[in-house]
Design a protein. Structure first.
Length: 150
């Protein structure tokens, strides 16, 4: 027959559980965790925008330019199919197509980041106005230049 737990033991266990829950709540509502969660959600949404940009805007003209080349069908057969056993192949075309897709995405992102950075650049600040001392020195210099030499 199992031993019954005393009220003190139950209280200690409940206190530890409540302590863990309080500690977890404190961790979960920290600014860093919330910021990270928002960043992940925004990143997922931005990923959809980038995917759409690449597949709907960038890829069609490139596909037209290269004649609709699709490398994913390229394979190297190691063993022919025998009966119900499928052929053993190395699908290197899928790998080549993935590299090609990566290069398209990387190029599109690079162009997008360049445009965003160009829009974020601010015009250089105008030079500060001359100080009183610089104004006085300029007046003295101009007065000496205007003076006839002996």
């Amino acid at each position: 027959m199992p031993r019954r737990k005393s009220a003190v033991e139950l209280s200690e266990r409940t206190g530890k559980t409540m302590g863990i829950l309080a500690e977890f709540r404190q961790f979960a509502v920290k600014g860093n965790v919330i910021d990270m969660a928002v960043g992940i959600v925004i990143g997922a949404a931005f990923g959809k925008v980038v995917s759409s940009f690449v597949s709907d805007v960038i890829t069609p003209p490139i596909g037209l330019a290269v004649g609709g080349v699709d490398f994913s069908n390229l394979t190297l057969t190691l063993k022919q199919a025998q009966g119900p056993a499928a052929a053993i192949t190395i699908k290197y075309g899928v790998f080549v197509q993935s590299i090609f897709d990566f290069l398209i995405v990387a190029t599109a992102l690079f162009a997008l980041v360049r445009v965003i950075n160009a829009l974020k650049r601010e015009a250089p600040a105008p030079p500060p106005p001359p100080t009183k001392q610089e104004e006085l020195l300029t007046e003295i210099r101009d007065a000496l230049k205007a003076r006839p030499s002996p």
